[in-house]
Write a protein that binds this ligand. Sequence first.
Ligand SMILES: CC(C)(COP(=O)(O)OP(=O)(O)OC[C@H]1O[C@@H](n2cnc3c(N)ncnc32)[C@H](O)[C@@H]1OP(=O)(O)O)[C@@H](O)C(=O)NCCC(=O)NCCS
Length: 148
Amino acid sequence: MNGDLRIDRLRWWHLPAVAAMEAAIFGPEAWSEGLLWTELSAGHDYRAVFDGGTVAGYAGTAYNEAEAWLNNIAVDAAYRRRGVARMLMDDLIERARAGGAKSVLLEVAVDNGPAQRLYDAYGFYGIGVRKRYYQHTGTDAAVMRMDL
Ligand SMILES: CC(C)(COP(=O)(O)OP(=O)(O)OC[C@H]1O[C@@H](n2cnc3c(N)ncnc32)[C@H](O)[C@@H]1OP(=O)(O)O)[C@@H](O)C(=O)NCCC(=O)NCCS
């Protein structure tokens, strides 16, 4: 189904497209191009699914000793429900395991049903709540963990 899609490292020249996608998806909570630059400069592991030269989706992971933190994951609305997020999750789990991580952690808005179903499918479980984590909406975030 995803024969034309490939996964690879996200590079700096993709950041304008990623920032535009962030703005379209997350609105006032979007990460700016500058912040995304900082993420890449910090050496965090950013991966993207490409359809030719187009970024269909991306995910960024930061490593802290034996923990991998999924900082963000998003799929362009035009590419949803085609397994792009699964490609990103499978890839990051494989890379986290290979790097010696023992768990993957993330935050997700408590009202984000699609993302929660994605994480449920991978066996993530809730370990806490960050109250009013998302500043513009005041929405709480669930902190979730998956054991590798
Ligand atoms: C959440 C998101 C990343 C999923 O991306 P996607 O590429 O459409 O997901 P996939 O096609 O790989 O779906 C994988 C599984 O996730 C779940 N899922 C994904 N979207 C769903 C939806 N809209 N409703 C219910 N379940 C959903 C399903 O279990 C799905 O498996 P299935 O298609 O076999 O039923 C995408 O909807 C998105 O970018 N949302 C906006 C950004 C966001 O919320 N990011 C997460 C921040 S924590």
